[in-house]
Design a protein. Structure first.
Length: 129
């Protein structure tokens, strides 16, 4: 008798592993798990509400994650960090938005010399959630 209980984290790990193996130029980079978790949760949650099927949950999530990563992969390539589509460029764009939307918060972070990479990416990930 098999006592192994399949968990959501097992499925997420498999998806990330297969993605990394199929995309040798990117592999796995910290932060991909946060993007994948949001996609997985949406499929799982809405599948349980019978809006979409969970029969092929893992393969459907992998397909959507792969397509999403084709748009986001520049942000995960260290060689492109300094480019407009890299981490630095994304942070600069977010800082400009923050300055327009909430200037007191922007000024406080600037005054305290908080590096935007310490908060900008986390905020963007939370917005996805």
């Amino acid at each position: 008798m098999n006592n192994f209980i399949e968990s959501h984290s097992d499925a997420l790990a498999r998806i990330l592993f297969i993605y990394a193996r199929l995309n040798a130029g990117i592999k796995y980079v910290q932060g991909m798990n946060e993007i994948l978790a949001v996609v997985y949760y949406c499929f799982w949650k809405f599948g349980n509400e019978a809006i979409i099927s969970t029969e092929y949950l893992e393969s459907d999530v992998f397909f959507c994650f792969s397509n999403l990563m084709s748009e986001l992969k520049d942000g995960f390539l260290r060689d492109l960090d300094r480019e407009e589509n890299g981490i630095d460029g994304k942070c600069k764009r977010m800082i400009k938005v923050l300055q327009m939307v909430d200037e007191p918060v922007f000024l406080k972070l600037e005054r305290d010399r908080v590096n935007p990479q310490f908060y900008a990416l986390r905020w963007l990930m939370l917005l996805m959630c």
